[in-house]
Unconditional design. Sequence first.
Lengths: 115, 111
Amino acid sequence: DTEVTQTPKHLVMGMTNKKSLKCEQHMGHRAMYWYKQKAKKPPELMFVYSYEKLSINESVPSRFSPECPNSSLLNLHLHALQPEDSALYLCASSQDNRGGNQPQHFGDGTRLSIL
Amino acid sequence: AQSVTQPDIHITVSEGASLELRCNYSYGATPYLFWYVQSPGQGLQLLLKYFSGDTLVQGIKGFEAEFKRSQSSFNLRKPSVHWSDAAEYFCAVVGNNDMRFGAGTRLTVKP
């Protein structure tokens, strides 16, 4: 079991659907991250939230919309996705991201398939 | 920007044999280095980390890694591999407050 919980574990959606991925941690961490991981590839950073504010957006298409309602929760809203967006979406958290020396703790991910 | 290279895409070792996974980093200052392991269908689990101090760091599951500044390396080692160690291993470096992963090394363990 991980300390970062992601729901759902699997999601299948059509290109016109709207859905959301959820991530929750109760470790008191103030930095949270979204990564995208394609098969047999390393995770690619999408977004970073630091103290509930978006600090890094790695030029992610606007069909992905992150939200951090509070320090424990991180959402990723999905709309009008493309088949190439099918991937494992990983959430991570760390104590903060101001020093660089804080390890990130990962959830088990949401496996997303776009039909 | 920082980067990490893992030269070996796939390694096969026999159960009980020793293991070394290679990692080379590129970063102008002292890096923060990590090794993560990912089993199929799961997220990444932190094995160990290096920030400063002793260049030989111990991690979970019997793994260790040695930081060598002169070689820009942070290789992961285990003296005796177990079948449950079969997984994907990622080396990562943090600089400028964001983490960059290497391409990963897939470990297969033969009985």
